[in-house]
Design a protein around this ligand. Sequence first.
Ligand code: NAD
Length: 251
Amino acid sequence: MRLEGKVAIVTGSSRGIGACIARRYGEEGARVAVVAHTKLDKAEAVAGEINDSGGEAKAFQADVAKVSDCERLAGEVAAAFGPVDILVNNAGIFTAVPIEDTTEEIWDSQIDLNMKGSFFMAKAVVPGMKAKGRGKIINVTSIAGVGGFPNSGAYCSSKGGQLNMVKALCLELAEFGINVNSLAPGNIETDMNAPYRAEPGYDERQKSLTPARIGHLDPNDLTGAAVFFASADSDLVHGANLLVDGGWAAW
Ligand code: NAD
């Protein structure tokens, strides 16, 4: 097991990519904080699966777009499990809308969660990581952080910011033994993009754009990269962006 005894927070882990990362961290021996936005029972279900499989997990609730919730969550997890070793900033939202229809609320909701939430979650765990002299912070960014998509100005801005944040925090925190890196998924089959995947020809279009000729990836395809960034194998990897996208961004 590669994360034996480590304490991990995975935000937005009541479903989708976060739930898959949480389950895999549990298999690798981490004590996992499974975090729901509002529905604690959903996080309890994922934590229950981890516990039933011989791992250790506990459910928490936090609106990561709120700084006060970030601080409360970090405190509750540290009280339950001890100081946090691994933070996965996975919680995110995507609202596809043309620029003319992008309201201040639509803009703020994506920037507040995807970008601001990642920063303030990192801020909340950094003191404990500095005290330990080690830590792993992983931002789940996106191919939308390295390339543009139409009707996605706010989302691409949030993901680009969340990605460059990795470099800034890496420069600031590497000397304290804290690794800050980015895992950038391509098109993954989750609830987030279910409406788009249901559009006729979606998978065919994605296949033509993806060198690996896949329509979409499974969220479990990301868990190996998430374990790498959380484990000692990445101790000298700082400020990196690992794309798991079937080659989408290589054109
Ligand atoms: P998802 O919608 O299935 O999961 C997102 C999670 O974030 C949910 O558990 C949701 O409850 C949580 N969340 C939403 N608002 C929150 C808030 N205010 N506070 C706390 N949690 C909140 O989506 P997913 O596909 O699993 O996305 C996970 C991450 O991966 C996101 O950051 C997303 O931008 C990124 N991503 C996804 C894809 C994809 O194709 N699915 C591609 C690239 C990047």
